[in-house]
Design a protein around this ligand. Structure first.
Ligand code: SAM
Length: 217
């Protein structure tokens, strides 16, 4: 069985009981960064061997993992944080497993965009998840102009290095619209900022922005 296992997005206690049992019982855990996943596994005294599966080794590693699955081994796939396949190389492995008709199941865990959408209080019945915004300002503004035509809630991931620049562009395109920026969800320094892009930029500039961000428009 190929288990796709959702893990926490920061708070180690958010791993489900079923996920813990599966991670303990499988033959191998495929993860992005073995050192990163070791922190989670150590927390739950899980001794299962791990192997790295990331952007740059995904093709040769996928063959290795698929061969093990075909030979009848049980393998779990986790990502550094949250749900495998949501903006991480897990997507490729899941597709290859489908093409190879391998039996698979998904154990739900956290996904940062769902967490942020719920706590934003913005309409959640219809939304657009855009992943990471483009990192060049002119292209990003064009992207935002196109998305402005959508009438639903917009959700983006952002890093601490680009959050201010992205919010500047969001301010230029969306003006005074009240948005939400969720930082470090489920972690010690979780923070939910609500207001215009200009106001949130001012708040974030008080200290150098740190951590991981989700933007909700
Ligand atoms: N697989 C992950 C998921 O299920 O959400 C997403 C992986 S993506 C490579 C990493 C991005 O997710 C970060 O740059 C950030 O935008 C967002 N993210 C992950 N954890 C977060 C958290 N605890 N708080 C806010 N954003 C988070």
């Amino acid at each position: 069985m190929f288990y796709i296992v959702g893990t926490p997005i920061g708070n180690l206690k958010d791993l489900s009981l079923r996920a813990t049992e599966v991670l303990k019982s499988v033959d191998l855990i495929a993860c992005e960064d073995t050192r990163h996943t070791k922190i989670l596994l150590d927390h739950y005294a899980i001794k299962t061997p791990t192997t790295s599966f990331f952007q740059h080794n995904r093709f040769q590693k996928a063959d290795y993992i698929l061969d093990l699955l075909k030979a009848g081994k049980n393998i779990a796939l986790v990502s550094d944080a949250g749900t495998p396949g949501i903006l991480d190389p897990g997507y490729n492995l899941i597709n290859l497993a489908i093409k190879n008709n391998l039996e698979m199941t998904f154990l739900p865990g956290a996904a940062a965009f769902v967490n942020a959408l719920v706590i934003s209080g913005k309409p959640a019945h219809e939304f657009y998840f855009g992943g990471f915004l483009i990192n060049r300002t002119r292209a990003r503004k064009n992207q935002l102009e196109k998305l402005k035509k959508f009438s639903c809630t917009l959700i983006f991931y952002e890093s601490c290095h680009r959050i201010l620049a992205s919010l500047e562009d969001i301010g230029m395109v969306f003006g005074e619209k009240e948005i939400v920026v969720a930082r470090e969800l489920t972690k010690k320094f979780e923070e939910i900022l609500r207001g215009t892009p200009e106001f949130i930029i001012k708040m974030l500039k008080k200290n150098k922005p740190r951590g991981e961000f989700v933007i909700i428009i």
